[in-house]
Design a protein around this ligand. Structure first.
Ligand code: ADP
Ligand code: ZN
Length: 206
């Protein structure tokens, strides 16, 4: 399946800029689905177009590096770790044209109003995050962000059990915590058939 992202086309952006409007792009999917890769790809293209870019991630996620967003395939981009949506907004520079945000699911509910405000002020906002938690439930605030976004991209991983399209993040250990930092070895991509929604179900490793 080939996807075209017309909205990072420079010509289209220029047209949108005529009324000073910004917009919101949301990238959602399971773990390992390529959300960070896609976010980094769009941010790099914006920088090639010499647009002013600021990138943020919540402080809760310390995988690989605090000062970077990173994909599982090793792509990285410098980023600014922030605790809250309010802190993010306080760091926004007026001249910034593109705001990238990774791990959106770890932000407080204030992120919804924040990204709306950024788009209203003429900025392009690209926010990536998990749309479901490890039990398969919608992961707030991503559903709200999906509702207000102009553009939505759903990315998919490959099921590690059967090779089908994976839409779920399977937890492979027991924990009561909704959020477990550091996905490496703790989660795997699963399809609808292979996903086991309850964390207390044993996970068999081949
Ligand atoms: P996300 O941000 O959605 O967790 P990343 O962008 O960090 O995803 O990583 C995507 C990359 O992870 C893929 O390009 C691939 O190299 C790697 N990968 C590892 N396991 C899988 C899997 N089960 N399905 C797809 N890609 C995988
Ligand atoms: Zn499967």
């Amino acid at each position: 399946m080939v996807e075209e992202f017309a909205f990072d086309n420079t010509e289209e952006r220029r047209r949108d800029r005529q009324n000073d409007a910004g917009w919101i792009e949301v990238i959602v999917g399971s773990m390992f689905s390529g959300k960070s890769e896609e976010l980094i790809r769009r941010l790099r293209r914006a920088q090639i177009a010499r647009q002013k870019v600021q990138v943020f991630k919540p402080k809760i996620d310390d995988r690989y590096s605090i000062e970077q967003i990173a994909s599982h395939s090793g792509m990285t981009h410098v980023s600014n770790p922030v605790m809250t949506a309010k802190e993010l907004m306080a760091q926004i520079k007026p001249e910034t044209e593109v705001v990238g945000i990774d791990e959106g699911q770890f932000f407080d509910a204030g992120i919804v109003e924040a990204v709306n405000e950024l788009a209203n002020s003429g900025k392009r906002v690209i926010i990536a995050g998990l749309d479901q938690d490890y039990t398969g439930k919608p992961f707030e605030p991503m559903p709200q962000l999906l509702s207000i976004a102009e553009f939505i991209t759903k990315t998919h991983a490959i099921c590690v059990k059967c090779g089908a399209t994976a839409n779920y993040s399977q937890r492979t250990f027991d924990s009561e915590e909704l959020v477990e930092v550091g996905a490496s070895g703790k989660y795997e991509a699963r399809c609808r058939r292979c996903f086991v929604p309850h964390s207390d179900e044993p996970t068999v490793h081949d």
